[in-house]
Design a protein around this ligand. Sequence first.
Ligand SMILES: *Cc1c(COP(=O)(O)O)cnc(C)c1O
Length: 409
Amino acid sequence: MSAVKRLADWDGDRLERLADEYGTPLYVMDHDRVRANYERFAAAFDFAHVMYAAKANAGRAVLRTVHEASADIECAAAGELHRALAAGVAAGDLQYTAVNPPDADLEYAVDLWGDAPELTVTAGAETTLDRLADRGFDGRLALRVNPGIGTGHHEKVATGNDAKFGLPYGDVERVAREARDRFDLVGLHAHVGSGVLADDLEDHRRALARVADLAARVGNLEFLDLGGGFGVPYRPDEPPLDLEAAARMVREVTADVDATVALEPGRYIVADAGALLARVNTVKETPETRVVGVDAGLTDLVRPAMFDAYHHVRNVTGVDRDPVPCSVGGPLCTSADVFCTDRPVPRPAIGDLLAVGTVGAYGIDLASQFHSQPRPAEVALEGDDERVTRRRETFEDLTRLEAEAPGVE
Ligand SMILES: *Cc1c(COP(=O)(O)O)cnc(C)c1O
């Protein structure tokens, strides 16, 4: 199985048929690919305990597939615990990372721990430890460490030097000593960035080495959890992460740590397993560019608007046409609603089907109803089988949670 599934690798005839049958915008998730990604990752890191970080794509169908492939699930919110349980994951296969946890989230996690004492809770603030103890929690605890160095593809996802995440590096030894009186301290945890590729690997190494140093000093730990952050190529010419090199790096930095290494890849497992299908409804030549309007927008995929993320765009219908510079955007009345600007795309025409690539991570989970857009449907592919894993929202779904307007039948 190759290291990356490119947008060009998707079967165009099948995408056309899916779009006809289920409508657009449509998320397509290749579950064979999800499974293969997990298996490839777990094989490269065969010395580590590999969990899947649910945040990247917490649809129950995806959670089931990764869990069936034997991944435990890392949840960074009580809602993710809820969804994992609803997907049939046993509580003992979950780990909970509390980031500024609301009371209700802590209570949910502590309740769950009451039934499943194997649950590990990760906390990154001393006040969170107090709040856990106040609720009677004295179970398996990991401390989240802020290594003071962040890595990754965008400052908004580099968490390693953001004071929001984890205990200040210099406090950890003391907090760990004190925590042993109240909890079963089993691990240290750090998640330092996201989208790490070859260029960032050295920064990543330095951040992880600092955490590993600390783990060696704290001692007597069952595991050292180094989080996720493994990147995928979004551009067609970008090489994939060398997993063997990444595994070697992790092995080297943890060589002196007498604890099991744990990892929490999210993006790496699901990103290239997803494509977003959109139909062209507008083509407009302007003095500046060719404007191509499609029925998917930033409410379906916000990464370009939010992170300046590159996502490749393929003209599924017109693969062989000559590329022309296009600005492809959606139906929202904001200039942020563009997937690409002045990028060569085989000359789009009205009615063409376009596919946006590498959207399986942080795609549908960041979809919103902004601008009163119903969220898209999602179809799962497995071999020749396909099934709808999320129905398309309707206009009724837009008003469903609101109080009714007085006097309107
Ligand atoms: C988001 C997150 C991950 C996964 O990050 P990726 O970049 O998707 O691999 C792992 N652990 C924690 C605690 C996270 O918040």
